[in-house]
Design a protein around this ligand. Structure first.
Ligand code: MRU
Length: 346
């Protein structure tokens, strides 16, 4: 199952808001529909958002009927700006858009040529992500004890990436290699990516898994049911501070108290070379109704105020290692980008 695919000139994508009840695919060549799908989390997960936006820019080029290259350039720039405005935290989005921007800046031939350049770059970003997931998974399993129980938060699997996933990629690889005993899944309030999406992926892979309310994690750790915690990332600052789904920071604090390794798994494209520490990471705030309602039904009083950041950042001191496609970066972190180069050179 691929959550996103280029099929006969259209982007075909799974509407993740309908999971697990319905596996519904949209097929579109409309830029606004793709941007809206990212905004409303029909397409989500840091790497997949970047991949979708890269295809979205290619889609924009197919809808331009223009002879003047200056005007073509303006229209593609408009599409890039549209995608950049969809979600602020996942750096993979801006990384993928920068790659398309470079293609546009270098282009000086026909619109037909530009279309194929942008589409090829999107396909390349997609394929590269699948490869990075494999590398992360292979590196990550080496950190796991035999027959281990893993706790994960949110969704970082096939639904969030171009391949088998990051944190969940490690989990499925560990299952294949018979190193995994059980997975515990945080439900991940308010949008339930754990309950709706990770549980669905575990079920598809026939991996033994148990869903827990987010506030059950501490009790499980105290009961010694968790050997390792692995989460994905939306943006990693140069000092190692890591933004991920709201609630990740809570888990990291609990992990330290209970002496459980806390691992972050992400491709190097999730490291933001312009951000020194977590305080500089832009954190998306979601609409109040996502917290006040469940399936359109009020669960609180209309008048109540809401604070709903979609992400938090976990300080680097709480992270036991960062598992990347270049290898495993162990603390003390110095500059994560430079650290990742050293890992590769080893
Ligand atoms: O709001 P979402 O569902 O896009 O948030 C996703 C996460 O926080 C994931 O853990 C993260 O993007 C890593 S996915 C490989």
């Amino acid at each position: 199952m691929k959550p996103l695919e280029w099929v006969n000139g259209n982007l075909r994508f799974l509407d993740q808001t309908k999971l697990p009840n319905e596996e519904f695919f949209h097929e579109t060549n409309n830029v606004d529909i793709i941007a809206d799908a990212i905004r409303r989390l029909a397409i989500r997960g840091a790497p997949l958002i970047g991949i979708a936006a890269a295809y979205g820019v290619a889609v924009a080029s197919f809808s331009i009927d223009e002879k003047n290259n200056y005007k073509v350039r303006n229209k593609i720039n408009e599409a890039i700006n549209l995608f950049a405005s969809t979600r602020p935290t996942a750096v993979n989005l801006f990384w993928a858009l920068e790659r398309q921007q470079k293609i546009l800046n270098r282009w000086n031939s026909s619109i037909t040529e530009l279309r194929s350049l942008l589409l090829n770059e999107a396909i390349k970003i997609h394929n590269e992500d699948a490869e990075m997931c494999e590398k992360i998974s292979l590196a990550g399993v080496n950190l796991l004890p035999e027959n281990c129980c893993i706790l994960t938060h949110c969704n970082s699997g096939i639904l969030a990436t171009g391949g088998r996933g990051t944190a969940i990629g490690i989990i499925t690889k560990a299952w294949e290699l018979k190193k995994l005993k059980h997975v515990y899944i945080d439900e991940t309030r308010p949008l339930l990516q754990g309950a709706r999406l990770t549980a669905w992926e575990m079920n598809k892979n026939r991996i033994p898994a148990t869903l827990i309310a987010d506030n059950t994690a501490a009790v499980l750790m105290k009961q010694k049911k968790i050997d390792v915690i692995i989460v994905g990332a939306d943006r990693i600052a140069l000092n190692g501070d890591t933004a991920n789904k709201i609630g990740t920071y809570n888990l990291a604090i609990l992990a330290q108290y209970h002496n459980i390794p806390f691992y972050v798994a992400a491709p190097v494209s999730t490291i933001d070379s312009k951000i020194n520490n977590g305080n500089e990471i832009p954190i998306e705030e979601r609409n109040a109704n996502e917290l006040k309602e469940i399936n359109g039904l009020n669960i609180t009083v209309k008048e109540i105020g809401v604070y709903s950041p979609a992400f938090d950042f976990t300080p680097y001191e709480l992270i036991s290692a960062i598992i990347t496609d270049k290898g495993i970066i162990h603390p003390p972190f110095f500059n994560i980008l430079l650290d990742s180069d050293k890992v590769e050179n080893k």
